[in-house]
Design a protein around this ligand. Structure first.
Ligand SMILES: Cc1cc2nc3c(=O)[nH]c(=O)nc-3n(C[C@H](O)[C@H](O)[C@H](O)COP(=O)(O)OP(=O)(O)OC[C@H]3O[C@@H](n4cnc5c(N)ncnc54)[C@H](O)[C@@H]3O)c2cc1C
Length: 506
């Protein structure tokens, strides 16, 4: 890239999680003089939800050289080992999709293959008992990892994510970004000017009349997609027929018990309810399908299923699951809700912001906005979202529930062919192939497939070659190691209190 064409000004529109994550990461990474401005409107505000994450966020924090203890204190965070799914496969059933590993590979095959044979022999414990995360989470145990254990011990590398207060997270990143030169502009954008010659965004105009121009615009304006859609008409691929929830009602509640080291997702008549424990409160919300459930009924269900007093009035949100057809168009890249939304079932939105930022930095353009870079960005974004979409659809589709119109629809709807293929292959003999760099790995898919009651008809033929005694010994030894590790872990609440308790609220 010649110095002449190098980007000199970047304008980020929106100051929610996406905007401030982008600002912080670009300010940290672009080690040459470049002006980064972020425009946000306090009157419009942010979506105000998005409090559960996946372990990848730790890599983002590492890139930014964020100190974990300072971070968790600042965002009043807790730790997350996975998600507990209640009443999803059938009413009364529950399982945990945990991060991290499931047993360990043996004779070149993944552990679940041996579990399948143990299960067929009636000698298997529940699948969750063979993974540190899924065994520790329901027992309320957590530690971020130990250094004084053998290298192979599961405690040497615990896979975890965070729950945090979304408002505090944006504030934290704002302080970080502003300290590194990002200029924040308060105001509502009322006009977007396109260059006559090529349709590139030239500038945005604020209500105050101020005009802000830039070379690269990052649209983090939320669902409205102020630049990518209203100005550039990128188009939206609607996935409501596969992910039918289109509304949410959210409310925080008083903390009444020790914070669990996991998110809970409870399936309800027309969707599901989340429970996210923070240090100072619990976040709750009911994600539902509006053709199947009215807003009043959804709010009543949510309020009737809190484990503490509601803190304020429930807030309603509307969305359309799907993706922006071109997340990068001309000189505009959309991140966060402006680029699409897959619904929060597996807490993937903040991850998608992170991966969009990483991709943008990898494919950083100059002022000419090379179509080759754009093409690669959009192809990867599409692939990533489609694979996550299919993983989410699996939760809805693979169910025995038929107690409402919603679940009848989900159980019988047609699904994307790549997902149908995953299910066919797994049903046959428990095989699974991870597709290139897709986000969720084998362990995640296997836990959810089995958790949703898809039990394979057979297993890998090589497992048959293992003598029964060796097989049982394998299961016992994995379980023994996991049980010993869980016993050595402190209570999650104690861990937080000792290591990263937030100061009392002012
Ligand atoms: C119900 C629900 C639950 C969710 N739960 C999770 C979860 O658990 N985990 C997870 O990873 N994600 C979750 N998400 C997604 C997550 O909330 C978002 O990915 C994240 O908050 C990023 O939002 P954003 O920054 O893209 O948009 P927003 O927070 O909406 O921010 C948009 C910004 O643009 C500004 N803006 C808009 N228009 C203008 C204008 N005209 N002029 C100036 N500024 C403007 C606004 O002021 C605001 O600052 C959830 C989403 C929903 C709807």
């Amino acid at each position: 890239m010649s110095n002449e064409a190098r980007l000199k000004s970047i304008v980020i529109v929106g100051g929610g999680t996406a905007g401030w994550m982008a600002a912080a990461a670009l300010a940290r990474t672009l080690e040459y003089p470049v002006s980064i401005q972020l425009i946000e409107s306090e009157d419009i505000g942010t979506v105000g939800v998005g409090e559960a994450t996946v372990p990848h966020l730790r890599a983002f924090n590492d890139t930014l050289r964020i100190d974990e203890v300072e971070f968790v204190r600042a965002v009043r965070g807790t730790f997350k080992l996975g998600i507990q799914f209640v009443d999803w496969g059938s009413i009364g059933s529950r399982y945990i999709h945990g991060f991290g590993t499931l047993g360990h590979d043996y004779r070149g095959l993944p552990f679940h293959q041996f579990w399948l044979r143990l299960h067929a022999l009636g000698r298997a414990r529940e699948l969750g008992e063979y993974s540190l995360n899924t065994a520790a989470a329901p027992r309320g145990r957590f530690m971020s990892g130990a250094t004084d254990v053998p290298a192979g011990s599961p405690l040497s590398r615990v896979a975890y994510a965070y729950h945090f207060d979304a408002g505090l997270y944006a504030q934290y990143l704002r302080r970080y970004a502003e300290a590194r030169g990002v200029k924040r502009v308060e105001g509502e954008i009322v006009d977007v000017a396109l260059r006559a010659a090529d349709g590139f965004i030239e500038s945005v105009t604020l209500k105050s009349g101020a005009r802000i121009s830039g070379e690269l615009f990052i649209d983090c304006s939320g669902f409205r997609g102020l630049l990518i859609e209203s100005a550039l008409e990128s188009g939206y691929e609607d996935w409501t027929h596969w992910l039918p929830c289109d509304r949410a009602v959210a409310v925080a509640s008083e903390k009444t018990s020790a914070a669990t080291p996991y998110t809970r997702s409870t399936a309800r008549t027309a969707g599901w309810q989340w429970r996210i424990p923070l240090q100072h409160r619990t976040g709750n919300g009911y994600v539902y399908s509006s053709p199947c459930l009215g807003d009043d009924e959804a709010a009543a269900t949510l309020l009737g299923n809190l484990d503490g007093r509601a803190l304020g009035e429930p807030r309603f949100l509307r969305f359309t699951t799907g993706r922006r057809r071109q997340a990068w168009k001309r000189n505009c890249v959309a991140l966060g809700l402006a680029s699409g939304f897959l619904e929060p079932l597996e807490s993937t939105s903040i991850y998608l912001i992170q991966s969009g930022i990483a991709r943008l930095i990898q494919l950083l353009p100059d002022r000419n906005m090379s179509p080759a870079l754009q093409g690669r960005y959009n192809a990867e974004a599409e692939f990533e979202m489609e694979r996550i979409r299919d993983f989410l659809i699996l939760h809805y589709h693979a169910t025995e529930r038929c107690d409402s119109e919603f679940w009848k629809y989900c159980g019988t709807m047609s699904i994307p062919e790549p997902l149908a293929d995953v299910i066919r292959l797994f049903r046959d003999s428990g095989r699974f192939y991870r597709n290139a760099e897709e986000m969720f790995a084998l362990t995640s898919w296997v836990q959810v497939l089995i958790g949703q009651h898809i039990l394979p008809a057979g297993f890998h033929p090589l497992v048959d070659a293992v003598p029964e005694a060796e097989l049982i010994q394998l299961g016992d030894s994995v379980h023994g190691v996991i049980a010993a590790c869980v016993a050595a872990m402190p209570e999650h609440e104690q861990f937080v209190a000792r290591c990263c308790q937030a100061p009392a609220a002012a």
